[in-house]
Design a binder for this molecule. Structure first.
Ligand code: SF4
Ligand code: SF4
Length: 87
């Protein structure tokens, strides 16, 4: 069996799930495409919300485009290799 693929990950997010209104803008703004909206789970206001996959670069595009200040972006000093890969 080959080892699980890893993805170089330079940043991470704190996501204020209940502040999200499910507009999808962040998903389209993310250059590496590592934000995906939940399919069925909703927040306290009844909206789907984004989840972060491995591979964030810490570029802050999502936090800049989100109208509701849902994201705080943090960059790792040393990039991590996290399990993930093309789905
Ligand atoms: S910081 Fe950049 S790479 Fe990370 S989730 Fe936001 S838009 Fe995507
Ligand atoms: S841009 Fe903000 S409000 Fe819109 S889906 Fe993303 S996190 Fe939610």
């Amino acid at each position: 069996m080959s080892p699980a693929p890893t993805v170089r990950t330079r940043g991470t997010l704190v996501i204020d799930i209940d502040a999200c209104k499910g507009c999808d803008l962040c998903v389209d703004s993310c250059p590496p495409g590592v934000l995906v909206m939940t399919e069925h789970e909703t927040n306290a206001r009844g909206y789907r919300y984004p989840r972060l996959l491995a591979g964030c670069t810490g570029c802050q595009a999502c936090s800049q485009i989100c109208p509701d200040f849902v994201f705080q972006v943090y960059k790792y000093e040393t990039p991590l290799e996290l399990p993930g890969g093309p789905s």
